[in-house]
Design a protein around this ligand. Structure first.
Ligand code: URA
Ligand code: CA
Length: 434
């Protein structure tokens, strides 16, 4: 095969065959095809797009570039959930134990956070002793015993994606739906998922700011799932304001505990129930989303979801006492109120700014090498549509280092738009693509 011919073919709007795509990804992985040719191909894809079949072929070529996690030692359908990244997105911490309590195995590979969106592993590491470092065998044993485990990513999964993503980053080819869709799906498939529930976020704090783009991405990923035999459902959900109230690490663990006890934020509970119902249906153990939702609600009401969370934490060497007593989770030296500057109704809470402010306080990483502070972050007191009075606290900063406080306060005040007029809060779920 001739690489220049393949680039020309895509440039001129034709489709590449399975073998041709495999040749490009193989060659790139082995180093026989250089960055500049793959850059040109990526730009051709950016302009010409790819068919569903090409996108599925690309996904599987990327999967084959590295190791694949073998979860065949776990009985039943392994359903994974993936979020495209949001601010204060605590759903995995709620969903994992909830779905496990309903009798469906949760075998999750999770990463650390980078930028303004947090990572599940970072949040869980707020709990003393908790560890996600393990071999696949131990991971499989834990899932078989407790129905749930979270493993940090150690295996060399999808190396072609890592290289391709870095290349796209510097060649203005990140914003291509087939390239994003194959990048995300390849990672889930390599991690061993039989079926996948996607939470595609849209709005200010999301990767996809526009709803129409989020829906196109959702459709592209669901189509990949169909082509490669991994049933996929995508929920397009709001990320124009942060999810729940807490944005940080220990404070998000506490928010998840509250939700598992039945008194967490309404939006976090609702999204967890919707995503969880989809996971239960894909597992094949439940026939309808309604039936599944009913079971999940029962697991919250009878305490079994919270008990499952404790079992999961203890199974990975975490201190379950901190689940019973969240005040024993890392606490900041100071809690500083951010007062509203006027009376009115909250019109918008810019999620991205809130995420960046939490990062500034130390809750997130700007670079991979940064250390995070589990105790710090931001707890909001209002959602869009809520009334506020001048001087009332609209947020509380959880602080250990005071140097960033004044700047964060200012940015938080400008991120929360208060006006004297009614507003319709954004719908939490925009659509479900299946
Ligand atoms: N997230 C990914 O994992 N891949 C992309 O290409 C874009 C966002
Ligand atoms: Ca939250």
């Amino acid at each position: 095969m001739n690489t220049v011919e393949l680039i020309r073919k895509k440039r001129d709007g034709q489709s590449l065959t399975t073998e041709e795509i495999q040749y490009l990804i193989d060659g790139y992985s082995k180093g026989s095809i250089p960055d500049y040719q793959i850059s040109a191909w990526a730009m051709a894809v950016f302009y010409q797009g790819m068919t569903e079949k090409e996108t599925a072929d690309l996904t599987m070529s990327i999967v084959k570039s590295g190791e694949q996690v073998d979860l065949s030692g776990i009985a039943g359908v392994k359903v994974d959930k993936h979020s495209t990244g949001g601010v204060g997105d605590t759903t995995t911490l709620v969903l994992g134990p909830l779905v496990a309590a309903a009798g469906v195995p949760v075998a999750k590979l999770s990463g650390r956070g980078l930028g303004h969106t947090g990572g599940t592993v970072d949040k869980l590491e707020s709990i003393s002793g908790f560890s996600t470092e393990m071999e696949t065998k131990e991971f499989v044993d834990l899932v078989n015993r407790n129905n749930i485990a979270v493993m940090g990513q150690t295996a060399d999964l999808t190396p072609a994606d890592k290289r391709l993503y870095s290349l796209r980053d510097v060649t203005a080819t990140v914003e291509s739906i087939p390239l994003i869709a194959s990048s995300i799906m390849s990672k889930k498939i390599a991690a061993g998922a039989d079926a996948i529930v996607l939470d595609v976020k849209t709005g200010d704090g999301a990767f996809m700011k526009e709803e129409a783009d989020a829906i196109r991405l959702a459709e592209a990923m669901v189509a990949i799932g169909k082509h490669v035999g991994r049933t996929t459902v995508a929920v397009v959900s709001d990320m124009s304001q942060p999810l729940g109230f807490a944005v940080g690490n220990a404070i998000e663990v506490k928010e998840a505990i509250d939700t598992l006890k039945g008194h967490g934020p309404a939006d976090l509970r609702e999204l967890s129930l919707i995503l969880g119902s989809q996971m239960l249906v894909l597992s094949g153990k439940y026939q309808t989303a309604e039936e599944a939702r009913h079971t999940l609600e029962t697991c919250i009401n009878d305490g079994s979801a919270l008990a499952k969370f404790k079992e999961f934490i203890a199974g990975q060497h975490g201190n379950p006492e901190q689940i019973d007593h969240p005040e024993k989770l890392p606490q900041p030296q100071e809690k500083i109120s951010v007062p509203a500057e006027s009376d009115g109704i909250v019109q918008a809470i810019q999620a991205e700014t809130v995420g960046l402010c939490a990062m500034k306080l130390g809750a997130g990483r700007a670079t991979k090498e940064d250390q995070i502070d589990h105790a710090v972050g931001i707890v909001l007191h209002k959602k869009v549509g809520d009334k506020v009075k001048k001087g009332e606290a609209i947020a509380t900063l959880y602080v250990n280092k005071k140097d960033a406080v004044e700047e964060v306060k200012k940015r938080m005040i400008s991120a929360i738009d208060i006006q004297d007029r009614p507003v319709t809060p954004p719908a939490l779920v925009r659509c479900i693509v299946s």
